[in-house]
Design a protein around this ligand. Structure first.
Ligand code: SF4
Length: 374
């Protein structure tokens, strides 16, 4: 399959690994931002193929995982109302709220439906004018444009019974938060290629300069990851910190102009809480004042709901790259995909789920003490 199989070629992977081995002279800690990249890395054992001392730290780029508990609780509260049809992508249904999940709400009689596009939810609203239809709009810069377009369409078509519960997050402020953490060990970033295909790369040079870290825009196939690592390590070894685009088949510097215009029309930047991490300034989007009527939080008066994260789940540390999933005491015992304590064990992009799925049950942590490489 074009653009997939050619980026999984074992011979090319071997050559990239040889190149990385020939470049590396000391340990480096790189963060892959996106959960999709984490799954590629763990599934193909890329972290285990890299020279000893090159550590891949898993970043907070799983949209389901970082959606804060209080937003889940707001979704549960809205979904339980008899007048509501609550529409969501499937992976949100098992994410635990304070005392239940959306599956439980459905079992208790709530009308919770899995959709594959926000436009499906809009169609349901058209077909059910006597009901309130709410779409759960979460995610990074990748899912935000279709959600923005759907809200725009609802308004344009005068579909008054449609609203959206929004919890969108943005990657660049998260990179700042990671770099400013006193525990930060990250020395270079593999930036998320799909996010950059929407937003472009214009926000990254300032970050690379401020924190003196290389940022390499990276794709999602094994060769993409290896090329991202190769370029990041090469910069680190040379003492450089620039932005490189290693995913040119999808990413242009200016991004997608139409998508960005739609985002600007419908959303405004806001401070946003990240699950397990806390509030990151200017790290999210909410519906702008113009679209207040389509804001489910406003329509259903759930803005005041607040919650506290369960102490047993250490997903905040996992999402900041401070802990590997199997180092959590609950991993694989109290917490499994069937009995998840946190969203990182539920989501198809969650790091805990990746470690469980691919049986990474006891990989020793890589020491950053000087160690032989090669
Ligand atoms: S293994 Fe479970 S409890 Fe531990 S951090 Fe991951 S989701 Fe939370």
């Amino acid at each position: 399959m074009k653009y997939l199989e050619e980026f999984q070629n074992p011979e090319l992977a071997r050559r990239l690994l040889d190149d990385i081995r020939a470049t590396v002279t000391r340990p480096w800690a790189l963060m892959e931002v996106c959960g999709g990249q984490t799954h590629t890395i763990i599934r193909h054992g890329i972290d285990q193929l890299l020279p000893e001392g090159i550590e891949l730290i898993h970043g907070p780029g799983c949209p389901v995982c970082v959606t804060p508990l209080e937003v889940i609780d707001k979704a549960l509260e809205i979904a339980a109302r008899p007048e509501v049809i609550f529409c969501s992508f499937g992976d949100m249904l098992r994410v635990p709220g304070s005392d239940r999940d959306l599956f439980r709400v459905r079992g208790e009689g709530g009308d919770v439906r899995v959709v594959y596009s926000p436009l499906d939810a809009l169609r349901i609203a058209q077909e059910n004018p006597q009901r309130e239809v709410v779409f759960f709009g979460i995610g990074f810069e990748t899912t935000a444009p279709p959600n923005a377009m759907t809200v725009h369409q609802a308004r344009k078509l005068g579909i008054g019974n449609f609203s959206m519960l929004v919890s969108h997050v943005r990657v660049p402020p998260a990179i700042s938060a990671i770099m400013e953490s006193p525990h930060c060990r990250v020395q270079g970033f593999l930036a998320a290629g799909h996010v950059c295909s929407v937003m472009g790369t214009e926000e990254y040079p300032e970050l690379a300069e401020r924190y003196r870290v290389p940022i390499v825009v990276t794709g999602f196939e094994p060769l993409d990851i290896l090329e991202g690592v190769r370029r990041t390590v090469r910069q680190l070894e040379r003492g450089e910190h620039t932005v490189e685009n290693a995913y040119p088949r999808a990413v242009r510097e200016e991004g997608n102009a139409a998508a960005r215009a739609m985002l600007e029309d419908v959303f405004e930047v806001t401070d946003r809480a990240w699950r397990g991490i806390g509030v990151i300034p200017a790290s999210g989007w909410r519906l702008s004042e113009r679209y207040r009527e389509q804001d489910a939080e406003h329509r259903f008066d759930v803005a005041a709901i607040t919650t506290r994260e369960p102490a047993a789940c250490r997903s905040g540390e996992v999402l900041q790259g401070l802990l590997k999933p199997h180092e959590c005491e609950a991993f694989g015992t109290l917490c499994t995909p069937r009995t998840p304590l946190g969203a990182t064990m539920v989501s198809s992009e969650g790091a805990c789920a990746a470690y469980y799925l691919y049986r990474r049950l006891g990989v020793p942590a890589v020491s950053l003490e000087a160690s032989p490489v090669g």
